[in-house]
Design a protein around this ligand. Structure first.
Ligand code: ATP
Ligand code: MG
Length: 564
């Protein structure tokens, strides 16, 4: 059974409700065919993940199919790199289009023929106004537009010029094929929208075969129609395009899918549109599309988010008609929830402070058994070496510690995870007064972390043996933007004015237990008490690199609790 299926019989969202109804009335003979239609002009982001989960999810829930279709009608901005990354990301998210991989460019011949048919039906004409005149003739939201003098061209003349356009006889912008609808329509989109334009550029799939390219509104509905899509799900900004979607299909008398709009995902502290993300990449504000701070699927993968966490998040936010802003903390909540269940616990020290256990033999090494995941017995265990000199977390020592500080301070005792009780006897400082080393003693009778005399300590801290530890680099991430909605420009600011200068912090000298020195990029784990981490692709055997995926602290629960 699909994890998306709810136990109750009520539909999961308003689109599922529409499909159920269509299935009842037999509108599409019970068939459900959706598609995910990205334009290959950038990498996919978490907003696309919502659309992917929705489209593939509906197909799965209703026993239908979902196509992957590249909406590649704008040759100037599209690249093969994007086509490949998009496929990788959709697959990684856990979805399969099987043999249904399509490109709008595969339909260029069909689309051309359909445009000719529209001209023959008297429903399209070649306009030859300049760009400026076209704008002028278009009218405004409050004033109707006016008919172009070329609107009354004969069918024959239109056919001749359109063919000439195809054959490269004209320059870019010289002519435009437009639908003949209504220049006075209150819906600006219906004022004789452009269907085909001259664009003398090579296309990444069709090469130099075409020098005219179909516009989105003409291509999209017809691609849906040719693929026999039933429910064409898109985001709300296309609501005003729906009449045009229907007009094209109706006036060509072809198979008609129905367009349904839903609210796009907006997330706090980030921007989502590819147009903006590409600027961050090109300006080197980030290391690339897969920078772990990016809201891209590849960035999130590199950061350590799992496909399940992203799918659960998409499920959690639901599908609605009203635009809203989702708190980034909710995404992190889904990430933590997943990692808490699936990741093993290891010891890593990100802010090291040396501890010398004075009464522990110089060359002795013991191995302690650690459960990989105390909440999951199936996760097994491993042996961790212990010796006289350790690293602990600097924050686990405090000079003037308040009573409730249950970690180290001179004279205080603490439990080393699965190890011994140690008591701090002295803090050694450098000439600046900074603590550089702790001297401690251990109690041999507390092996395994329990005292035989029933003496209790409240604090347990993590540690690594200096002689066995692997030095690693740790990268900590914060939000990419300091402003909750960087796109809000009411104050006259640009989204780039709000880039967080502290969104990446590199800690070059951290120490992890031996096992973590040998793991491969993509490996996810928890550093006990510190956070969730994932091995970065920049990792080498000499210098492993760990990205912090998320902190352990859950801000989402705190936010929702405060709201109650
Ligand atoms: P962008 O503005 O980021 O370029 P787009 O809508 O132009 O987004 P497309 O490649 O055209 O990107 O989108 C493919 C599909 O993903 C479309 O159906 C679109 O509606 C959907 N989509 C894009 N952004 C979001 C979002 N933030 N939330 C939900 N769906 C989205
Ligand atoms: Mg787009």
């Amino acid at each position: 059974m699909s994890e998306n299926t709810t136990d109750s019989n009520s539909p999961k969202n308003f689109i599922a409700a529409i499909i159920e109804k269509d299935n009842e009335t037999g509108k599409y003979d019970g068939r459900v065919a959706t598609r995910f239609p990205p334009e290959p002009n950038g990498y996919l982001h978490i907003g696309h993940a919502k659309s992917i989960c929705l489209n593939f999810g509906l197909a799965k829930d209703f026993g239908g199919t979902c196509n992957l279709r590249f909406d590649d009608t704008n040759p100037a901005k599209e690249e093969v790199e994007y086509v490949e990354s998009i496929q990788e990301d959709v697959r990684w998210l856990g979805f399969d289009w099987e043999d249904r991989l399509h490109y709008s460019s595969d339909y260029f011949d069909d689309l051309y023929a359909l445009a000719v048919q529209l001209i023959k039906n008297g429903k399209a004409y070649v306009d030859s106004l300049s760009a400026e005149e076209t704008r002028e003739y278009r009218g405004t939201l409050t004033e109707p537009g006016k008919d172009s003098p070329y609107r009354s061209r004969s069918v024959e003349e239109n056919l001749t010029i359109f063919e000439g356009m195809k054959n490269g006889e004209f320059a870019d912008g010289e002519h435009l094929l437009r639908a003949k609808i209504d220049m006075a329509s209150p819906n600006m989109i219906m004022r004789d929208p452009a269907l085909y334009r001259i664009r003398k550029v090579d296309h990444h799939r069709t090469g130099d075969k075409w020098c005219i390219y179909p516009m989105y509104d003409f291509t999209h509905c017809l691609s849906d129609s040719l693929e026999k899509i039933t429910h064409s799900v898109c985001t709300l900004e296309f609501e005003n395009n729906r009449p045009l979607y229907d007009w094209v299909l109706e006036n060509l008398g072809v198979y008609r899918p129905q367009q349904i709009e839903f609210a796009r995902l907006n997330l706090t502290y980030t921007v989502m549109s590819k147009r903006r993300l590409i600027q961050l990449v090109e300006d080197n504000q980030v290391s690339g599309w897969d920078d772990p701070r990016m809201p891209t699927i590849s960035g999130m993968r590199r950061r350590g988010y799992s496909p399940a966490a992203i799918r659960n998040f998409c499920e959690r936010i639901g599908v609605a008609k009203a635009t809203n802003m989702v708190d980034f903390a909710l995404l992190e909540f889904s990430v933590r929830e997943d990692l808490n269940e699936t990741s093993s616990r290891y010891m890593g020290v990100v802010n090291p402070l040396k501890v010398v256990i004075e009464n522990y033999p110089e060359d002795k090494v013991e191995e302690f058994e650690f459960l990989n995941n105390p909440g999951n017995p199936d996760a097994g265990s491993r042996m961790v070496p212990f010796s006289k000199v350790l690293y602990i977390e600097r924050e686990d020592y405090m000079e003037d510690a308040p009573k409730k500080f249950f970690r180290l301070s001179v004279g205080r005792e603490v439990r080393l995870r699965y190890g011994y009780y140690i008591t701090c006897t002295e803090a050694i400082k450098d000439e600046n007064g900074e603590v550089v080393e702790l001297r401690c003693t251990y109690d041999p009778a507390t092996i395994g972390g329990w005292s035989k005399d029933g003496r209790k300590v409240k604090g347990t801290i993590h540690w690594v043996s200096v002689a066995h530890a692997k030095e690693v680099e740790v990268r900590l991430y914060e939000h990419l933007f300091t402003k909750e909605n960087p796109m809000d420009n009411k104050d006259g600011s640009d989204f780039k004015d709000h880039i967080n200068p502290d969104s990446l912090k590199v800690l070059p000298k951290c120490y992890v237990e031996p096992f973590l020195g040998k793991v491969e990029p993509g490996f996810r784990c928890q550093f006990e008490r510190v956070g969730y981490f994932c091995v970065d692709k920049d990792s080498t055997a000499e210098k492993p690199v760990f990205n912090r995926t998320a902190t352990l602290r859950d801000t989402w629960k705190r936010i929702t609790k405060n709201q109650k």
